[in-house]
Design a protein around this ligand. Sequence first.
Ligand SMILES: NC(=O)c1ccc[n+]([C@@H]2O[C@H](COP(=O)([O-])OP(=O)(O)OC[C@H]3O[C@@H](n4cnc5c(N)ncnc54)[C@H](O)[C@@H]3O)[C@@H](O)[C@H]2O)c1
Length: 334
Amino acid sequence: MTKKVLVTGGCGYIGSHTVRELQRQNYDVVVFDNLVKGHRAAVRDAPVIVGDLLKPDEIRAVFREHPDIAGVLHFAAYIEVGESMRNPGKYFHNNVQGCVNLLDAMAEAGVRYLVFSSSCAVYGTPDHVPVTEEESYKPESVYGASKRMAEEVMEWYDRLKGIRHTPLRYFNAAGASFDAQIGDAYKPATRILPSLFEYLLGQRDRFFINGNDYPTEDGTCIRDYIHVDDLATAHIAALNYLWNGGESMPFNLGTGRGSSNLEIVNMVREVTGIDFEVEIGPRRPGDATRIWADNTRARKVLGWTPRYGLREIVETDWRWHSTHPRGYHDLPQS
Ligand SMILES: NC(=O)c1ccc[n+]([C@@H]2O[C@H](COP(=O)([O-])OP(=O)(O)OC[C@H]3O[C@@H](n4cnc5c(N)ncnc54)[C@H](O)[C@@H]3O)[C@@H](O)[C@H]2O)c1
């Protein structure tokens, strides 16, 4: 029988790609999003309930209207590290209280399976690379702390209400759908690729790499970029793991390979065919030198394998940005 899945934040970047993958695999999908950052046009052919997790009645009503929801993918949150340091209350409120409200509504409705969008930001600057799930928690931003707090809240709801959950700790989400129909439309762009593409499309005057004096081969920081469609398949694998009786546990989602900022820039030159110069700016305080995932647990326990590397990430992201320079505003609005 077709299972129904609730996707909070399903109109956002990663949520919308996961909605598509759920539909491709014939799940029934309901999206819940307040559209503060998401776009209705990012979701086609699935019902979108416009509501706010900070309003407990609005999320409770979803479970009453859809008593057949079998599991929840929880993407809805604020995501900007810098903003979280300027406005901590906004992040603790939305990312932690929003999660509490969801868990209360799930407990009331008897829904016991939850896949949560966590982040490698819970580790801060890791003591070891590649980073395993056993790494200690040392978040260096309010954003990272809010993700870890939400995980702790879930651990209590597991003990007290039997809600089983898998925090998926993404490394750097990147890329877009291969048909360039949906992609990262977050404004202002904060991630390296969208920021660089805005520069190439003449939407920003300058593009900086933050520091080239790190102790790495080319002097720039190293991160693990994971294609958004690989994240989508991991969510569905995690939900099936829970439905099949799996215990609550976190999973790192990365490719297991790091790419330096200069490698990214060179791949962008190669894929776009545009020759451009980049400026080197100062280091950004709090940036770890190198971080990439040990994804062994997700491979073994979830049976998940990332399919795409840096080239596909850059190709799909460029195809999306170059055909939709104004994001979803370039599409007919419904
Ligand atoms: N993008 C990354 O590299 C990355 C890395 C690690 C973790 N994550 C996590 O993945 C999740 C999705 O990230 P994204 O990049 O797709 O962000 P996004 O901003 O594109 O999507 C978040 C969605 O949640 C919605 N939302 C926010 N608060 C809400 C609320 N109170 N009620 C209802 N809807 C609400 C927004 O409107 C948006 O559509 C987030 O939880 C984020 O912390 C992202």
